[in-house]
Design a protein around this ligand. Structure first.
Ligand code: ADP
Ligand code: MG
Length: 238
């Protein structure tokens, strides 16, 4: 559960082709990072996988079956937005419960998953607070908690740490990596931060203008960057 395959996927907005034909497989359990400069198509690609945007052509497969026309809520994926996407008027508990409520999960099962997520994310003492009464890092954990309780086949993160300060980012990076270790669920993580890519990824996908410049492990890309763009981006001495 959790293999995602893109087959000749394209995306155009009007006449502008933002994603030219793109092939990519993310293996079950992999931590895959999409990295590249602002505007290169990282968010678009993630939104296509999530189903929040329709592909223009090609196919997206989840565990081998065509999901191209499956609505977002039925794809079994959970998107983690930046922490400000929380509902300010709801408690942490209600924020985390919200997607389960929508999905019709029983109250007992909701409580079980909330306790378990809160424990994993050190939020047990904060469940009755509102987002405004939490630190930035705690808010980001709530956003992750809201994804965990859906027990998704894959997590999709779009620059989740970009509005946290530098010190907090380092801590949250570690927490997300530990979460991946523990859950062993596929994670696709979008960032424009080379350090995040190099320290978190099993596999890095380097994007430029919607094209994949190179795919490989952090060590592969560091040792054998295919071109100067990749070398420059990854910071290898080429
Ligand atoms: P990134 O996340 O890497 O910064 P995006 O995926 O947001 O890049 O954007 C890729 C390109 O697609 C940009 O040129 C952007 O202007 C364009 N784009 C994204 N969303 C839309 C949209 N809804 N309508 C038109 N153009 C869009
Ligand atoms: Mg983006």
């Amino acid at each position: 559960m959790g293999q995602i395959t893109l087959e000749k996927v394209t995306k155009s907005f009007g006449d502008v082709e933002v994603i030219p034909p793109l092939d990519l497989t993310i293996e079950d359990g992999e931590f895959c990072v999409f990295v590249g400069p602002s505007g290169c198509g990282k968010s678009t690609l993630l939104r296509l996988i999530a189903g929040l945007e329709d592909i223009s052509s090609g196919a997206i497969k989840i565990d081998g079956s065509d999901a191209s026309d499956v609505p977002p809520a039925k794809r079994g994926l959970a998107m983690v937005f930046q922490s400000y996407a929380l509902y300010p008027h709801m408690s942490v508990r209600k924020n985390i419960a919200f997607p389960m409520k929508m999905a019709g999960v029983s109250q007992d099962e909701q409580n079980r998953r909330i306790e378990s997520a809160a424990k994993a994310l050190n939020l047990t003492d904060y469940l009755e607070r509102r987002p405004g009464q939490l630190s930035g890092g705690q808010r980001q954990r709530v956003a992750i908690g809201r994804a965990i309780v859906r027990e998704p086949a894959a997590f999709l993160f779009d620059e989740p740490l970009s509005n946290l300060d530098a010190a907090l980012r380092v801590g949250m990076r570690l927490e997300i990596s530990e979460l991946h270790e523990r859950l062993k669920t596929t994670m696709i993580y979008v960032t424009h931060d080379q350090v995040e890519a190099m320290t978190m990824a099993d596999k890095i996908v380097v994007l430029r203008a919607g094209n994949i410049e190179q795919v490989g492990s952090p060590l592969d890309l560091y040792k054998h960057p295919r071109n100067l763009f990749v070398a420059g981006f990854i910071g290898s001495p080429k």
